[in-house]
Write a protein that binds this ligand. Structure first.
Ligand SMILES: Nc1ncnc2c1ncn2[C@@H]1O[C@H](COP(=O)(O)OP(=O)(O)OP(=O)(O)O)[C@@H](O)[C@H]1O
Length: 272
């Protein structure tokens, strides 16, 4: 878990440099002004080997963006940078509001009860009531006094989501949050995330290997390749029309299938 206060994180002076006075620059600035997160020309190398070679990214308030890419393409590296967890990266990033991170592993402290894990680092009035509310929202109202070791993998990951929610983030940074769960639990967690997003309206950046998960949850998909955002694909599957069978956001819908094929093709996975 990491949270950050509002404000510029790195080198804000570089933002929007070079486009002053142009219509495109004005449009870009308007978009940035409405954004919960912006990043410009983010670069990161390990031992002189470039992994990110100039990533530009904007996430609008309330927007869910999925980040896909081959193994080792730099998805987690980018998420860590955006979460403020990597001081070595260059390129300005700016967050408006509060971000909270959910990782693939729950990262709960085993010596603290569930409620105390959720409350960790939370300040202000009514912490207990906020913790109870967050646990209720993930369906674990009755597990506040449980120890992490007493939870299933899915329950522990729900606690990790509650620990993020209690901070009332306007951006969730999700690094393969359901990647370690079995298929059924994963589906349940995906619906939970959709419901929470509808209720709270937070934006999210979802790093995933799972093309279907990206199509089920995201408004927009970004493909990371060769260190840059190589392609941006809007997920035009909403709104579902009442009576649509199957609904557009389901793997059985032809439009969903077409987008899935396009993405798998782009990722170099041959059609089954
Ligand atoms: N701390 C580090 N030190 C050295 N190399 C690193 C470090 N962190 C990441 N890398 C390298 O950077 C590249 C990108 O790693 P990253 O974990 O961001 O990829 P990814 O797209 O999230 O991969 P995956 O989908 O397999 O999780 C990899 O080659 C990895 O070995």
């Amino acid at each position: 878990m990491a949270t950050r206060p509002a404000g510029d994180l790195t080198d804000p002076a570089g933002t929007a440099a070079g486009d002053a006075g142009t219509a495109a620059g004005d449009a870009g600035r308007a978009r940035d002004d409405a954004a919960v997160l912006t990043a410009h020309a983010v670069r990161r190398a390990f031992d002189d080997r470039p992994v990110l070679a100039g990533v530009d990214l904007t996430i609008a308030a309330g927007e869910v963006v999925a980040l896909l890419g081959g193994s080792g393409s730099g998805k987690s590296t980018l998420l860590r940078i955006l979460a403020g967890l990597d001081a070595e990266a260059t390129g300005p990033t700016r967050l408006r509001g509060t971000a909270a991170v959910v990782f693939q592993e729950h990262r709960l402290l085993p010596w603290k009860r569930v409620g105390d894990n959720v409350a960790l680092g939370v300040t202000g009035p009514d912490v207990r009531a906020r913790v109870d509310r967050a646990l209720a929202e993930v369906g674990l109202a009755d597990r506040r006094r449980a120890w992490p070791a007493e939870l299933s993998g899915g329950q522990a990951q729900r606690v990790a989501v509650a620990r993020a929610l209690v901070r009332e983030p306007n951006l969730l940074l999700l690094d393969e949050p359901f990647g370690a769960l079995d298929a059924l639990t994963r589906l349940r967690m995906q619906s939970l995330l959709r419901r929470l997003r509808a209720q709270h309206g937070f934006a999210a950046l979802l790093v995933t290997h799972d093309v279907e998960e990206a199509l089920l949850l995201a408004d927009r998909i970004l493909l990371l390749d060769e260190g840059v955002i190589a392609e941006e694909i809007p997920v035009d599957l909403d709104p579902d029309h009442p009576g649509d069978r199957p609904p557009a956001r389901s793997p059985d819908h032809p439009a969903f299938g077409a987008l899935r094929r396009r993405l798998l093709d782009r990722l170099g996975v041959p059609a089954a």
